[in-house]
Unconditional design. Structure first.
Length: 138
C-alpha cells in the first residue's frame, strides 16, 4: 500500500475501508483489524504520531479505550490527528533528537568529503636547465 509509505493517513484509511467493503461483498471479514491498524500506523515516519498510536494501543489493551472491532473509530481518531498535525505544520516535523543527529552528521560529511577528494598532484621536477646527454630520452 503506497499511501502509508507516503505517510498519508487519509489515503491509507480510504484504502483499508475499500478493502473491508470488498471483503464484505465476498461474505468475508477482516480478522485482527485493530491490531493490524495499530501496527501499520506505528510504521509512519512521523515519530509523534507513532508515539500517539502506541499510547492508544496501550490504552486499548488496558481496556481504558473502547474501540469497535471494525476499526472505524480508530481510523477516525487517526484521521483527526493527521488533519490537525497537517494544519499546524507538525506532521513529519523532525524531533529534537533527529535535528541533533542531522547537525552532527553535517560536519562529519564535510570532513569525510574532504578526505575522499583525490590528492592534488605534485608538480614534477622537470629537466629544465639540465643538459641532455646523447642517447638520453627526454
Amino acid at each position: 500500500m503506497d499511501a502509508l509509505e507516503q505517510n498519508d493517513i487519509m489515503k491509507f484509511n480510504d484504502y483499508i475501508k475499500a478493502q473491508i467493503k470488498l471483503l464484505a461483498a465476498a461474505g468475508e471479514t477482516a480478522s485482527n483489524l485493530l491490531l493490524n491498524l495499530f501496527m501499520a500506523y506505528k510504521n509512519t515516519k512521523d515519530k509523534q504520531f507513532s508515539t500517539w498510536v502506541t499510547n492508544k494501543a496501550n490504552s486499548w489493551k488496558e481496556g481504558t479505550l473502547q474501540l469497535n472491532p471494525n476499526g472505524v473509530k480508530l481510523m477516525d481518531y487517526a484521521e483527526n490527528y493527521f488533519k490537525d498535525s497537517k494544519s499546524t505544520g507538525e506532521w513529519l516535523k523532525l524531533t529534537e533528537e533527529e535535528k541533533k543527529i542531522i547537525a552532527l552528521k553535517a560536519p562529519i560529511c564535510r570532513t569525510t568529503h574532504k578526505r575522499d577528494d583525490p590528492p592534488t598532484p605534485k608538480k614534477e621536477k622537470g629537466n629544465k636547465g639540465r643538459k641532455q646527454h646523447k642517447g638520453e630520452k627526454e
